[in-house]
Design a protein around this ligand. Structure first.
Ligand SMILES: [Zn+2]
Length: 109
């Protein structure tokens, strides 16, 4: 599986119809490598991560944003890490899965 480079991430993504900006920062609070700012709807990711670490961090912060936008209650930080690992490992174990899903969706449109 080839993980996307920093340049391949969009500046923003929509989650439940709300725009979430993606920012790359040299420093993030508390020495973290990612941050989900629910107030300003910004996902911040530290610069200098390798591609896999960057992708895992993006998935992790995306999950925080999903929990926020969908008002999902009772999700612990440990659960976020587990979902992050599960999603990233699914893509590693099934490197063509997304392409197949996208092709299948296009056939149905
Ligand atoms: Zn977190």
């Amino acid at each position: 599986m080839r993980f996307p480079s920093r340049a391949e991430y969009k500046d923003y993504y929509f989650i439940k119809g709300k725009e979430w900006r993606i920012e790359f920062c040299k420093f993030i609070s508390k020495g973290d490598i990612g941050e989900c700012d629910e107030h300003d709807r910004v996902i911040r990711i530290k610069t200098g991560l390798d591609k896999q670490e960057l992708f895992s961090t993006f998935v992790h912060e995306f999950l925080h944003a999903v929990v926020f936008e969908y008002k999902i209650k009772g999700i612990t930080h440990k659960a976020i890490y587990t979902f992050e690992r599960a999603l990233v490992n699914f893509l590693i174990d099934n490197p063509t899965a997304l392409r197949h899903f996208l092709q299948s969706l296009q056939l149905k449109l």
